[in-house]
Design a protein around this ligand. Structure first.
Ligand code: ZN
Length: 288
């Protein structure tokens, strides 16, 4: 199952107790992907443009709970009137009077995601979007997301207005607003794993670079000292340089600090560096 699909399943299972929230959620599903009306015989019909079964199931559950309208059952005229009156024209954005409470705004976002939302698998990247057929609806969605301090953007794709969020933190926040705690936790775990993997990689790369640098510097020093040994004679060096040269040859893998401790008397890192540089300069002079 895709991540997006599991988010929808979780949202579909979420049930509000308050009628105002149920109405707000249903209004979002209907306005974003639904259609309804009466046929020529006066029979009520409702349809949803979605491939997601849990969205349809949720919509029917809400129709039953908030308006007492059941599939495959005759509908009372009164109940239909109430539904039409409450929901209004589905080609328009949702009536603001349905979205006064914060709880209802959350429910609205839940319904919108169930209707036209999707998100990419977080292993591959962070992207959450709502594909709207209408600019006014996209703007309403953006505004309500913004009321929760999450910044959503709109892009026009073909004939659609796509409200999207790209930052992982904002996506986590939106999952929180829509009340999808399981998806939120899964996303957070993936984020932590990803961050850890990245920082471990960075550390390994960094350490490898340092080791390479030490090794190649040591190799150069040893080459220079061997050149001096073969063309000048280490016994001809002044004592401090001679000792340095011998220790370097004997401990090719030692760091500058370790070399300094092997000298008698001990010398600090910069002292070692200074002596090794002198040896290299001397070798350089001899070569030319
Ligand atoms: Zn509410």
């Amino acid at each position: 199952m895709s991540f997006s699909h599991s988010v929808k399943e979780e949202l579909a299972k979420h049930t509000n107790i308050a009628r105002h929230c149920r109405v707000a959620e249903l209004s979002a599903i209907l306005h974003f992907c639904g259609q309804y009306g009466k046929d020529k015989d006066g029979v009520f019909w409702v349809g949803f443009q979605t491939e997601n079964e849990s969205t349809v199931t949720k919509a029917f559950t809400l129709l039953k709970k908030a308006f007492n309208i059941e599939a495959d059952c005759p509908v009372e005229e009164e109940e239909l009137e109430l539904l039409f009156e409450t929901m209004g024209d589905l080609s328009e954005p949702v009536d603001e009077s349905l979205l006064r409470n914060n709880c209802c705004k959350r429910a609205f976002l839940r319904g919108a995601f169930l209707g036209v939302g999707s998100m990419s698998d977080p292993e591959k990247g962070y992207h959450l979007e709502f594909v709207c057929t209408d600019e006014a609806k996209a703007l309403q969605l953006q505004e309500i997301i913004g009321e929760f301090h999450v910044d959503a953007k709109i892009i026009i794709r073909k004939k659609y207005f796509v409200v999207y969020i790209k930052e992982s933190e904002s996506i986590v926040e939106l999952l929180n607003i829509m009340e999808a705690p399981v998806a939120l936790m899964n996303l957070e775990n993936l984020r932590i794993l990803k961050d850890m993997r990245n920082s471990i990689n960075r550390k390994v790369n960094c350490e490898a670079a340092n080791i390479n640098k030490t090794v190649s510097a040591a190799n150069r020093q040893i080459e220079d000292i061997e050149y001096l040994r073969d063309h000048y004679g280490l016994q001809n060096l002044q004592p401090s340089l001679r000792q340095m040269a011998e220790v370097r040859l004997e401990y090719p893998e030692a760091s500058l600090k370790e070399l300094g401790e092997l000298l008698d008397p001990k010398v600090g890192k910069s002292g070692v560096n200074h002596r090794l540089r002198k040896l290299s300069e001397l070798a350089e002079k001899m070569r030319t």
